[in-house]
Design a binder for this molecule. Structure first.
Ligand SMILES: [Zn+2]
Length: 388
């Protein structure tokens, strides 16, 4: 979180503590910023500052309130992360409007954070409007949208909130966030920040998740395997398989929970007269959820492959920078020796390699089978690098 953003939020929390409902504090907020800018980090930091019970500092980071908010276990701070592609009226009512109306149970404020607020449509946005316009005196509602543009959130909500734009942090800011707990070393944090284009969430995953590190390593080494006969093609199959498995694993658990919830809501598993007949009617709803989950899975696999390809493009970009003696930081500083080797291909060849990666991304996006798209990419990279 940049200094200015943090300063504004601190001022608001301080005003709230003083009971000064003047210019600094307001109950309805809209946080926007590009993916990875740390909107949820900012929203939770703000919530902690509001709930903090340290007499001298707002958001001390040490008191029970601060710790509970950070661990996302605070009874009065709700972090809603809708998975629906379009947020429904039901979700808004049950997860935002109703909880915001309740009295705080353990602290001074009820804070409801609704992420992915760009997925509100006219109807669900309207369902939120009244609460957002006149929030209960003890409630703060924060809408977060992964977008650079508040226009992506419905205008009636934008005009009733204070908008805070959270810019993408710099490498040292991401590193500072990641090293805060003392679990991640400074060096690992800086590398992860750089390798993910300063995306806080991805950087954290890369710094802590061995499998994510292995996937990155595999895709980057593809650039080396291109020079070794068929090995690059074999590696492609492996990369696609492992990326697919990882994306699936992440979704499977969530999907099961979601399906179970729907089954319960529909009264499945109940026995008795008439139940079977009623259940035939709800089969359509289950099928609908299944279809949605399937689509989501396809999307998640494509996104994961796309991120890997962005990593690979970054390596060729580093090589291009080295080949042209551009004095800029590398995206993958730990791969400098490989980038140095690749630099021998020369600027024109490297530009063609980057094009090849971009074409593969596009192909996968328009439904070409990932192995096929990536095999074609390897073929083009070999050609561009003068391997025959
Ligand atoms: Zn505190």
């Amino acid at each position: 979180m940049g200094g200015q953003v943090a300063e504004q939020l601190r001022a608001a929390a301080l005003a709230a503590r003083r009971g000064d409902e003047g210019s600094a504090m307001t109950h309805a907020w809209l946080f926007t910023g590009p993916p990875g800018s740390g909107r949820s980090v900012a929203a939770l930091a703000f919530a902690a500052a509001l709930e903090c019970e340290d007499p001298d500092v707002v958001g001390c980071g040490r008191c029970p309130q601060c710790l509970a908010v950070k661990a996302r276990t605070h009874g009065d701070v709700l972090f809603i992360e809708p998975r629906e592609l379009v947020i429904s009226v039901k979700t808004v009512r049950e997860e935002v409007v109703f909880p915001a109306a309740m009295q705080p149970t353990v602290s001074r404020w009820r804070v409801v954070i609704l992420d992915n607020a760009d997925r509100l449509n006219e109807y669900s946005g309207n369902a939120l409007l009244k609460t957002f316009e006149e929030p209960p005196a003890h409630s703060v509602i924060i809408l977060c949208a992964p977008s650079a543009d508040p226009e992506d959130v419905i205008p009636t909500l934008v005009s009733r909130s204070r908008h805070l734009y959270i810019p993408l942090p710099r490498v040292d800011e991401v590193a500072a966030i990641l090293t805060r707990d003392g679990q991640i070393s400074e060096q690992a944090a800086r590398l992860a920040a750089s390798a993910t284009g300063n995306h806080v969430g991805r950087a954290r995953r890369l710094a802590t998740d061995k499998e994510a590190q292995q996937r990155r390593s595999s895709i980057l080494h593809l650039a080396e395997l291109v020079y070794h006969g068929d090995q690059a093609f074999i590696a492609v199959t492996d990369i696609v398989k492992k990326t697919t498995r990882a994306a699936e694993a992440q979704l499977t658990e969530e999907n099961e929970v979601e399906m179970e919830k729907l089954r319960t809501a529909l009264g499945m598993g109940a026995k008795g007269r008439g139940v079977q007949k009623a259940q035939r009617g709800v089969a359509g709803q289950l099928k609908g959820l299944e279809d949605l989950q399937k689509k989501r899975k396809t999307r998640a696999i494509r996104d994961a492959l796309d991120m890997s390809l962005v990593d690979l493009a970054g390596l060729y970009r580093d090589a291009l920078m080295l080949a042209t003696n551009a004095q800029v930081g590398l995206i993958h500083p730990d791969m400098q020796p490989l980038a140095q080797d690749l630099a021998k291909v020369g600027p024109r060849g490297l530009a063609a390699c980057i094009d090849a990666v971009m074409e593969a991304r596009h192909a996968i996006d328009v439904n070409v089978r990932p192995e096929a798209a990536m095999d074609a990419m390897v073929g083009r990279i070999r050609l561009a690098s003068g391997v025959s």
